[in-house]
Ligand binder design. Structure first.
Ligand SMILES: Nc1ncnc2c1ncn2[C@@H]1O[C@H](COP(=O)(O)OP(=O)(O)OP(=O)(O)O)[C@@H](O)[C@H]1O
Ligand SMILES: Cc1ncc(C[n+]2csc(CCOP(=O)(O)O)c2C)c(N)n1
Ligand SMILES: [Mg+2]
Length: 312
């Protein structure tokens, strides 16, 4: 079974149960309208030793920051402001002392940076490696929420930053070079919280998500949920220095925002983004009515078998 096949099975299994007012499985966050035009959003992300990180290749402080960052990125992807988190952590006995204290310092530092508070969680001993689960809660005016399901044919597709640095950094780490600048990028993702909030206020932004598994699979989630297709110009994918285009499209963990916007407003959106954030918004293609993801090189379709990260 594939990761996404399993999620689909879970979704189907619970479809007949009452939703209790929640918009559930399928987006970066679940949504609970509060009334008064406000909503809460909820997301959970797990990091487990050997799959998400190597203990010898990260400081506990960095891992504390990354555990929080990947969750804040999912809140940002909804156009919401992260407000609080819960942290559940399973630690082997040899990581329960100084390692855990440093981990918490990294988690606290990033919480302070983004104005979130830690409101609970759980702590247990582990017999096999470190596992960390974070639940993040965000808040937004309901009208600002951006979903994966709102892309429309003709929309311009944007990436809100360069891609591939994290994947290139992981390559360094797996080769035993943990002290390169790219390896540091991999261990210290910066969630686009201010950017996500700003996109939330822009009516011309239709669909949004964060890039965790890689453009090649993440964009497909927008396409599937919106019932549309896309053409992506390979030459326009913003490749971070030190990475290559395939890494940029497939390796994942860049935690940059991916969004679609109305074509008539796209140029102005990009100009205002650049003026506000001091970095470009990269147009990489467009949404089509015909289903499927088509990679274009020199304007011609190219049959690339590119895939993002999948757990199974
Ligand atoms: N075990 C699970 N039970 C219920 N829902 C799940 C489970 N695993 C994933 N989901 C839901 O499935 C959807 C897709 O999950 P996915 O993990 O791909 O999203 P994501 O959190 O944006 O990505 P990433 O984990 O790479 O950050 C989300 O709405 C998520 O909440
Ligand atoms: C040791 C080691 N091996 C591989 C990877 C790569 N990796 C793990 S999970 C993931 C996608 C996002 O995670 P998720 O979908 O679980 O949120 C990626 C790209 C890594 N970081 N460390
Ligand atoms: Mg996400």
């Amino acid at each position: 079974m594939t990761e996404f096949g399993f999620i689909e099975q879970i979704h189907t299994r619970f479809a007949s149960l009452p939703d209790n007012g929640f918009e559930g499985i399928g987006d970066d966050c679940a949504v609970l309208p509060l009334g008064g035009g406000e909503s809460l959003v909820f997301t959970a992300d797990l990091l487990t030793e050997g799959v998400h990180f190597l203990r010898a290749a990260t400081t506990p402080r960095e891992l504390g920051g990354k555990s929080l960052a990947v969750n804040l990125s999912d809140v940002a992807a909804m156009g919401a402001r992260p407000v609080a988190t819960l942290l559940s952590i399973a630690l082997p006995a040899d990581a329960a002392g100084a390692w855990a204290a440093e981990f918490m310092e990294g988690y606290r530092e990033l919480s302070e940076t983004f104005g979130t508070t830690l409101i609970g969680g759980d702590t247990t001993r582990s017999e096999s490696g470190i596992t960390i689960n974070v639940t993040a809660i965000g808040r937004a005016p309901s009208a600002n929420l951006k979903r994966r399901s709102d892309a429309r044919p003709g929309d311009v597709i944007f990436a809100a930053g360069e891609l591939g640095a994290s994947g290139a950094g992981l390559r360094d780490i797996l080769a035993g070079h943990c002290d390169t600048p790219l390896a540091a990028v991999h261990r210290n993702p910066q969630p686009q919280v201010a950017e996500g909030l700003w996109f939330g206020t822009r009516q011309e932004v239709h669909a949004m998500m964060d890039l965790s598994d890689g453009l090649a699979s993440d964009l497909r989630h927008i396409l599937d949920r919106s019932g549309v297709g896309a053409e992506v110009e390979v030459e326009r994918i913003p490749v971070a220095p030190g990475a290559d285009v395939r890494t940029a499209a497939c390796a994942g963990e860049d935690y940059k925002l991916l969004l679609t916007a109305a074509p008539e407003a796209a140029e102005r959106l990009a100009a205002e983004f650049a003026a506000r954030f001091g970095s470009p918004l990269h147009p990489i293609g467009r949404i089509t009515a015909a289903p499927g993801l088509v990679w274009l090189r020199n304007g011609k379709p190219e049959p690339l078998e590119w895939q993002g990260f999948e757990h199974y």
